[in-house]
Design a protein around this ligand. Structure first.
Ligand code: COS
Length: 387
């Protein structure tokens, strides 16, 4: 077992750290305040190669392994979860799905545009009535002469308002249950019946584009199907294997940010004639955050190492996602405690961490769903199926 990063991994991490400090950190607060989805910054993420981090170079990607990708996501996540979300959606949910399930033609058509940032893309799985029960898609796709007609609605979809490509999951044959699902590559520009509506007043991720999608007789050709008809659920689950990893890595970044901000603040802030860092109860809070951060990071590294080795990693990814997201919620809460009143306004990033992190135990599978996946792996019993 080797706990050291390779020279290349260290270099990529250091580059991502200085990029984050230089480009992201200063803009995060204003973008959050103004609910501004910062396309200029998204273009810079693309220039860094982060939107196609795990995509092979032949398709315009950076060709990074999963561990190195996780290091980038951690650094960007420390700076701003709204920007981290762009990477997670574009790279993990969309590019990894096209890589794994796409035809050569689909890969050539979409991956270079997505890696370069020319196109943004979104992942349309969740619906107004369908969250954890992802197989229960109400969106319907019916065959037409040369393709498919799709009707339905999607909810809470990151990047949807700006996406030129939408992965849309739909039921083709309700009698087949999850085996009737298909994933469609829907090009949105000039697409009749495809409409988005931005969602505002979110608790956090205010600098992120979140929208609802309505699909009203959206017509796509036969070759818009990603994988085979009937593979849709597997496409979604495999995408989430990568997406959950990315969310977990981003949360390690939040934990790390909480530690760094709290250490700095506690050494500056004076009470009772001393820096508060010299009080044992403050050090206990710092130590708790550090332990959570390291444990979460190790779990992310393990999931990444399994992915790089091409081994099954679904359970270990759920463990990493569960632990890292819950750890980040705890760390953000503790970091505010260390900051006292100063942590209750957005002068310090910990206030934004606290709001941004809250969604991470909800999206890409709630903590409860991760526990069910882990519990099933332990027992062989699917607790979701009523007996
Ligand atoms: N990769 C590829 N295929 C997978 C997979 C994975 N990680 N996990 C499951 N599958 C396959 C299974 O092999 C099975 O295939 P068959 O049809 O050939 O038997 C099929 O998918 C169904 O799998 P499973 O029995 O595990 O389905 P369940 O209904 O029990 O799964 C959970 C339920 C909870 C795991 C799933 O619905 C889930 O993850 N829900 C949360 C959804 C979510 O995260 N939503 C948030 C989206 S925000 S982007």
């Amino acid at each position: 077992m080797d706990f050291d990063l390779t020279d290349e991994q260290r270099l990529v991490k250091e580059t991502a750290r200085s990029f984050t400090d230089r480009e992201i950190v200063d803009r995060a607060r204003e973008n959050d305040r103004n609910e501004h989805f910062d396309l200029e910054l998204v273009a810079k993420l693309a220039d860094q190669g982060y939107l196609g981090a795990i995509v092979p170079r032949e398709y315009g990607g950076a060709g990074l392994d999963y561990i190195t990708y996780g290091l980038v996501v951690e650094e960007v996540g420390r700076g701003d979860s709204a920007m981290r979300t762009v990477i997670s959606v574009q790279t993990s949910l969309v590019c990894s799905s096209i890589l794994r399930w796409g035809t050569e033609e689909q890969k050539q058509r979409y991956l270079p545009k997505l890696c370069s940032g020319e196109w943004l893309a979104c992942f349309g799985l969740t619906e107004p009535g369908t969250g954890s029960d992802a197989a229960n898609q109400r969106t319907r796709a019916v065959r037409t002469d040369g393709g498919w007609k799709i009707n339905g609605a999607k909810m809470w979809i990151s990047l949807a308002s700006h996406a030129k490509l939408a992965l849309i999951f739909a039921q083709t044959d309700p009698e087949q249950g999850h085996r009737g699902l298909a994933c469609f590559l829907v090009e949105t520009e000039g697409q009749d019946g495809f409409q988005t509506q931005e969602i505002h007043h979110k608790m956090g991720l205010r600098g992120s584009d979140t929208a609802a999608i309505s699909l009203d007789d959206v017509e796509v050709p036969e070759d818009a199907v990603l994988g085979e008809v009937g593979d849709g659920f597997k496409v979604a689950m495999s995408a989430l294997d990568s997406g959950r990893y990315s969310v977990a890595a981003g949360c390690v970044g939040i934990c790390q940010g909480c530690v760094e901000e709290s250490v700095n603040y506690s050494k500056e802030r004076q009470q009772f004639g001393k820096p508060i860092a010299s009080f044992q109860l403050v050090q206990a809070m710092l130590a708790d955050m550090k332990v959570e951060t390291d444990a979460a990071r190790m779990l992310v590294y393990r999931a990444g190492a399994l992915k790089d080795a091409g081994r099954p990693s679904t359970t270990e990814t759920s463990i990493a996602k569960l632990y890292a997201t819950e750890a980040a919620v705890k760390c953000a809460n503790t970091a505010i405690q260390v900051h006292g009143g100063a942590g209750y306004v957005d002068d310090h990033p910990v206030e934004r961490y606290f709001r941004d992190v809250r969604v991470t135990t909800l999206y890409e599978g709630t903590s409860q769903i991760q526990k069910l996946i882990i519990g099933r792996a332990l027992t062989g019993i699917n607790a979701l199926v009523p007996s």
